[in-house]
Design a protein. Structure first.
Length: 303
Protein backbone atom coordinates (compact mmCIF):
# COMPACT_ATOMS: atom_id res chain seq x y z
CA UNK A 1 0.00 0.00 0.00
CA UNK A 2 1.17 3.52 -0.82
CA UNK A 3 0.60 4.87 2.68
CA UNK A 4 1.08 8.51 1.75
CA UNK A 5 -1.58 8.22 -0.95
CA UNK A 6 -3.83 6.38 1.51
CA UNK A 7 -3.46 9.26 3.97
CA UNK A 8 -4.34 11.75 1.23
CA UNK A 9 -7.41 9.73 0.25
CA UNK A 10 -8.54 9.43 3.88
CA UNK A 11 -8.05 13.18 4.44
CA UNK A 12 -10.15 14.03 1.37
CA UNK A 13 -12.95 11.65 2.41
CA UNK A 14 -12.94 13.13 5.92
CA UNK A 15 -13.02 16.73 4.67
CA UNK A 16 -15.61 16.18 1.95
CA UNK A 17 -17.71 13.66 3.88
CA UNK A 18 -18.05 11.48 0.81
CA UNK A 19 -16.13 8.67 -0.87
CA UNK A 20 -17.56 9.68 -4.25
CA UNK A 21 -16.61 13.36 -3.88
CA UNK A 22 -13.09 12.40 -2.78
CA UNK A 23 -12.75 10.14 -5.81
CA UNK A 24 -13.89 12.92 -8.14
CA UNK A 25 -11.41 15.36 -6.64
CA UNK A 26 -8.52 12.89 -6.79
CA UNK A 27 -9.53 11.49 -10.22
CA UNK A 28 -9.91 8.06 -8.65
CA UNK A 29 -12.73 5.49 -8.76
CA UNK A 30 -14.94 5.04 -5.70
CA UNK A 31 -13.83 1.41 -5.22
CA UNK A 32 -10.20 2.53 -5.24
CA UNK A 33 -10.96 5.21 -2.63
CA UNK A 34 -12.67 2.58 -0.46
CA UNK A 35 -9.72 0.22 -0.86
CA UNK A 36 -7.20 2.86 0.26
CA UNK A 37 -9.26 3.74 3.34
CA UNK A 38 -9.82 0.07 4.22
CA UNK A 39 -6.12 -0.74 3.92
CA UNK A 40 -5.17 2.29 6.03
CA UNK A 41 -7.61 1.15 8.74
CA UNK A 42 -6.16 -2.39 8.60
CA UNK A 43 -2.61 -1.05 8.87
CA UNK A 44 -3.52 1.15 11.86
CA UNK A 45 -5.78 -1.46 13.45
CA UNK A 46 -8.61 1.03 14.11
CA UNK A 47 -11.79 2.19 12.41
CA UNK A 48 -11.34 5.73 11.10
CA UNK A 49 -14.74 6.38 9.55
CA UNK A 50 -18.33 5.52 10.31
CA UNK A 51 -20.22 4.86 7.06
CA UNK A 52 -23.95 5.03 6.52
CA UNK A 53 -26.13 5.38 3.46
CA UNK A 54 -26.50 9.10 4.21
CA UNK A 55 -23.11 10.32 5.43
CA UNK A 56 -19.55 9.57 6.43
CA UNK A 57 -18.32 10.72 9.84
CA UNK A 58 -15.03 10.48 11.71
CA UNK A 59 -14.58 8.20 14.69
CA UNK A 60 -12.57 9.50 17.67
CA UNK A 61 -9.56 7.61 16.35
CA UNK A 62 -10.20 9.02 12.88
CA UNK A 63 -10.27 12.58 14.21
CA UNK A 64 -6.88 12.14 15.87
CA UNK A 65 -5.50 10.34 12.81
CA UNK A 66 -6.70 13.09 10.46
CA UNK A 67 -4.55 15.72 12.18
CA UNK A 68 -1.50 13.46 11.93
CA UNK A 69 -2.18 12.64 8.29
CA UNK A 70 -2.46 16.34 7.44
CA UNK A 71 0.89 16.96 9.11
CA UNK A 72 2.47 14.14 7.10
CA UNK A 73 0.98 15.45 3.83
CA UNK A 74 2.23 18.98 4.54
CA UNK A 75 5.71 17.62 5.29
CA UNK A 76 5.69 15.62 2.04
CA UNK A 77 4.65 18.74 0.11
CA UNK A 78 7.51 20.67 1.71
CA UNK A 79 9.97 17.96 0.68
CA UNK A 80 8.69 18.01 -2.91
CA UNK A 81 8.75 21.82 -3.06
CA UNK A 82 12.28 21.94 -1.66
CA UNK A 83 13.53 19.33 -4.13
CA UNK A 84 11.97 21.11 -7.13
CA UNK A 85 13.45 24.45 -6.10
CA UNK A 86 17.00 23.20 -5.65
CA UNK A 87 17.61 22.74 -9.37
CA UNK A 88 15.86 26.06 -10.18
CA UNK A 89 13.57 24.44 -12.75
CA UNK A 90 9.90 25.45 -12.95
CA UNK A 91 7.93 22.30 -13.68
CA UNK A 92 4.64 20.57 -12.98
CA UNK A 93 1.08 21.73 -13.66
CA UNK A 94 -0.57 25.04 -12.79
CA UNK A 95 -4.36 25.44 -12.96
CA UNK A 96 -5.28 29.08 -13.49
CA UNK A 97 -8.84 30.47 -13.49
CA UNK A 98 -9.98 33.80 -14.95
CA UNK A 99 -12.97 35.48 -16.55
CA UNK A 100 -13.58 34.65 -20.19
CA UNK A 101 -13.01 38.20 -21.41
CA UNK A 102 -9.73 38.68 -19.49
CA UNK A 103 -8.52 35.24 -20.52
CA UNK A 104 -9.14 35.90 -24.20
CA UNK A 105 -7.93 39.50 -24.28
CA UNK A 106 -4.93 39.36 -21.95
CA UNK A 107 -4.14 36.15 -20.11
CA UNK A 108 -3.84 33.78 -23.06
CA UNK A 109 -0.97 35.79 -24.54
CA UNK A 110 0.74 36.16 -21.18
CA UNK A 111 0.53 32.42 -20.54
CA UNK A 112 2.12 31.74 -23.92
CA UNK A 113 5.01 34.05 -23.00
CA UNK A 114 5.40 32.48 -19.56
CA UNK A 115 5.30 28.98 -21.03
CA UNK A 116 8.08 29.93 -23.45
CA UNK A 117 10.25 30.84 -20.45
CA UNK A 118 9.46 27.58 -18.63
CA UNK A 119 9.02 24.75 -21.16
CA UNK A 120 8.80 22.05 -18.47
CA UNK A 121 5.66 23.62 -16.99
CA UNK A 122 2.13 22.80 -18.14
CA UNK A 123 -0.61 25.43 -17.70
CA UNK A 124 -4.30 24.51 -17.54
CA UNK A 125 -6.28 27.72 -18.11
CA UNK A 126 -9.90 27.60 -16.90
CA UNK A 127 -12.09 30.44 -18.22
CA UNK A 128 -15.59 31.28 -17.03
CA UNK A 129 -17.64 34.00 -15.40
CA UNK A 130 -18.37 32.48 -12.02
CA UNK A 131 -16.23 32.66 -8.88
CA UNK A 132 -14.75 29.17 -8.66
CA UNK A 133 -13.92 27.48 -5.35
CA UNK A 134 -10.15 27.21 -5.56
CA UNK A 135 -9.80 24.36 -3.09
CA UNK A 136 -12.68 22.20 -4.30
CA UNK A 137 -11.76 22.66 -7.97
CA UNK A 138 -8.01 22.36 -7.42
CA UNK A 139 -7.24 25.81 -8.81
CA UNK A 140 -3.76 27.12 -8.02
CA UNK A 141 -4.38 30.73 -8.99
CA UNK A 142 -7.45 32.81 -9.81
CA UNK A 143 -7.38 36.20 -11.54
CA UNK A 144 -10.41 38.23 -10.46
CA UNK A 145 -11.52 41.78 -11.20
CA UNK A 146 -13.09 43.11 -8.03
CA UNK A 147 -12.82 45.63 -5.24
CA UNK A 148 -13.73 43.01 -2.64
CA UNK A 149 -11.45 39.97 -3.04
CA UNK A 150 -12.39 36.88 -1.06
CA UNK A 151 -11.02 37.38 2.49
CA UNK A 152 -10.49 33.63 2.79
CA UNK A 153 -7.83 33.71 0.05
CA UNK A 154 -4.37 35.21 -0.18
CA UNK A 155 -4.51 38.16 -2.55
CA UNK A 156 -2.04 40.23 -4.54
CA UNK A 157 -3.27 43.26 -6.46
CA UNK A 158 -1.68 43.21 -9.89
CA UNK A 159 -2.96 46.48 -11.38
CA UNK A 160 -5.95 48.77 -11.78
CA UNK A 161 -8.76 47.95 -14.16
CA UNK A 162 -10.22 51.08 -15.75
CA UNK A 163 -13.53 51.02 -17.58
CA UNK A 164 -14.81 52.96 -20.59
CA UNK A 165 -18.36 53.92 -21.49
CA UNK A 166 -18.53 53.17 -25.21
CA UNK A 167 -21.01 53.17 -28.09
CA UNK A 168 -20.82 52.78 -31.85
CA UNK A 169 -20.75 55.84 -34.15
CA UNK A 170 -24.03 54.61 -35.69
CA UNK A 171 -25.79 54.47 -32.31
CA UNK A 172 -24.58 57.96 -31.38
CA UNK A 173 -25.72 59.34 -34.75
CA UNK A 174 -29.23 58.04 -34.05
CA UNK A 175 -29.52 58.82 -30.34
CA UNK A 176 -27.05 61.62 -29.62
CA UNK A 177 -23.89 61.82 -27.51
CA UNK A 178 -24.35 61.97 -23.71
CA UNK A 179 -22.56 64.93 -22.15
CA UNK A 180 -23.11 64.01 -18.50
CA UNK A 181 -23.50 60.66 -16.68
CA UNK A 182 -27.13 61.44 -15.86
CA UNK A 183 -27.87 61.58 -19.60
CA UNK A 184 -27.37 57.81 -19.65
CA UNK A 185 -30.78 57.39 -18.05
CA UNK A 186 -32.27 58.31 -21.43
CA UNK A 187 -30.13 55.87 -23.43
CA UNK A 188 -30.21 52.16 -24.17
CA UNK A 189 -27.53 50.74 -21.87
CA UNK A 190 -26.08 47.25 -22.14
CA UNK A 191 -25.63 45.79 -18.66
CA UNK A 192 -24.20 42.81 -16.81
CA UNK A 193 -26.50 40.12 -15.49
CA UNK A 194 -24.19 39.34 -12.57
CA UNK A 195 -23.38 42.78 -11.16
CA UNK A 196 -23.86 46.49 -11.79
CA UNK A 197 -26.98 45.74 -13.80
CA UNK A 198 -28.95 48.85 -12.90
CA UNK A 199 -26.43 51.32 -11.48
CA UNK A 200 -23.21 52.71 -12.95
CA UNK A 201 -20.85 54.94 -10.96
CA UNK A 202 -18.74 57.81 -12.29
CA UNK A 203 -16.37 60.21 -10.57
CA UNK A 204 -15.04 63.66 -11.49
CA UNK A 205 -12.63 64.87 -8.82
CA UNK A 206 -14.51 64.61 -5.51
CA UNK A 207 -17.93 64.44 -7.18
CA UNK A 208 -19.56 61.06 -7.67
CA UNK A 209 -22.59 60.30 -9.82
CA UNK A 210 -24.61 57.11 -9.50
CA UNK A 211 -26.72 56.54 -12.58
CA UNK A 212 -29.63 54.11 -12.87
CA UNK A 213 -29.43 52.62 -16.34
CA UNK A 214 -31.73 50.35 -18.31
CA UNK A 215 -31.87 48.69 -21.68
CA UNK A 216 -33.15 45.73 -23.63
CA UNK A 217 -29.97 43.63 -23.52
CA UNK A 218 -27.99 42.19 -20.62
CA UNK A 219 -25.38 39.43 -20.55
CA UNK A 220 -23.16 37.62 -18.06
CA UNK A 221 -20.03 38.05 -20.20
CA UNK A 222 -18.27 41.25 -21.23
CA UNK A 223 -17.33 40.23 -24.77
CA UNK A 224 -20.99 39.69 -25.71
CA UNK A 225 -21.88 43.20 -24.52
CA UNK A 226 -18.94 44.63 -26.45
CA UNK A 227 -20.16 42.98 -29.65
CA UNK A 228 -23.68 44.30 -29.02
CA UNK A 229 -22.30 47.82 -28.56
CA UNK A 230 -20.22 47.61 -31.74
CA UNK A 231 -23.36 46.50 -33.61
CA UNK A 232 -25.20 49.64 -32.48
CA UNK A 233 -27.20 48.05 -29.67
CA UNK A 234 -26.51 50.73 -27.08
CA UNK A 235 -23.95 52.05 -24.60
CA UNK A 236 -21.77 49.59 -22.70
CA UNK A 237 -19.47 50.02 -19.71
CA UNK A 238 -16.46 47.90 -20.58
CA UNK A 239 -13.01 47.17 -19.13
CA UNK A 240 -10.40 49.13 -21.04
CA UNK A 241 -8.38 45.99 -21.82
CA UNK A 242 -11.34 44.87 -23.93
CA UNK A 243 -12.71 48.14 -25.30
CA UNK A 244 -9.51 50.12 -26.05
CA UNK A 245 -8.67 48.28 -29.33
CA UNK A 246 -12.21 48.98 -30.63
CA UNK A 247 -11.82 52.65 -29.76
CA UNK A 248 -8.45 52.87 -31.50
CA UNK A 249 -9.95 51.31 -34.66
CA UNK A 250 -12.91 53.70 -34.59
CA UNK A 251 -15.47 50.92 -34.16
CA UNK A 252 -16.49 52.38 -30.80
CA UNK A 253 -16.36 55.89 -29.31
CA UNK A 254 -15.27 56.48 -25.71
CA UNK A 255 -17.84 58.69 -23.98
CA UNK A 256 -17.78 61.11 -21.03
CA UNK A 257 -14.02 61.79 -21.16
CA UNK A 258 -14.14 64.04 -18.07
CA UNK A 259 -15.74 61.34 -15.92
CA UNK A 260 -13.99 58.24 -14.58
CA UNK A 261 -16.11 55.10 -14.19
CA UNK A 262 -15.64 53.20 -10.95
CA UNK A 263 -12.10 51.81 -10.74
CA UNK A 264 -11.67 48.10 -10.07
CA UNK A 265 -8.63 46.04 -9.15
CA UNK A 266 -7.19 43.00 -10.90
CA UNK A 267 -6.16 40.54 -8.20
CA UNK A 268 -4.19 37.30 -8.18
CA UNK A 269 -5.75 35.03 -5.54
CA UNK A 270 -4.46 31.72 -4.20
CA UNK A 271 -5.38 29.48 -1.26
CA UNK A 272 -2.40 29.81 1.09
CA UNK A 273 1.02 31.40 1.57
CA UNK A 274 2.33 28.14 2.99
CA UNK A 275 4.18 25.70 0.77
CA UNK A 276 4.00 28.06 -2.20
CA UNK A 277 5.35 26.06 -5.17
CA UNK A 278 8.16 27.51 -7.23
CA UNK A 279 5.92 27.46 -10.34
CA UNK A 280 3.21 29.53 -8.67
CA UNK A 281 5.68 31.98 -7.16
CA UNK A 282 7.33 32.39 -10.56
CA UNK A 283 3.98 33.04 -12.24
CA UNK A 284 3.02 35.64 -9.64
CA UNK A 285 6.33 37.46 -10.16
CA UNK A 286 5.84 37.32 -13.93
CA UNK A 287 2.32 38.78 -13.74
CA UNK A 288 3.55 41.61 -11.53
CA UNK A 289 6.39 42.25 -13.98
CA UNK A 290 4.09 42.35 -17.02
CA UNK A 291 1.01 44.05 -15.53
CA UNK A 292 2.38 46.19 -12.71
CA UNK A 293 3.30 49.86 -12.81
CA UNK A 294 1.28 53.07 -12.95
CA UNK A 295 -0.66 51.74 -15.95
CA UNK A 296 -1.20 48.19 -17.23
CA UNK A 297 0.08 47.54 -20.77
CA UNK A 298 -3.29 48.03 -22.53
CA UNK A 299 -3.68 51.47 -20.94
CA UNK A 300 -0.06 52.40 -21.68
CA UNK A 301 -0.76 51.82 -25.37
CA UNK A 302 -3.72 54.21 -25.21
CA UNK A 303 -1.90 56.91 -23.21
Amino acid sequence: MDRLTAMQVFAEVAQLGSFTAAGDKLDMSRPMVTRYVDELEQWLGVRLLQRSTRKVTLTDAGLACLARCQQMLELAAEVRADASQRDGQVRGVLRVAASTSFGLAVLGGLMAEFSERHPQLRIDLQLGDRAVNLIEERIDLAIRITNEPDPGLVGRRLCDCRSLAVASPAYLARHGVPGHPMDLENHRCLSYSNFGRSEWRFRQGEEEQRVRVSGAISANEASALLCAAAAGGGIALQPSYLAAPYVRRGELVALLPDWQPQLMGIHALYPSRRLLPLALRSLLDFLVERLGGPLPPWDRAAA
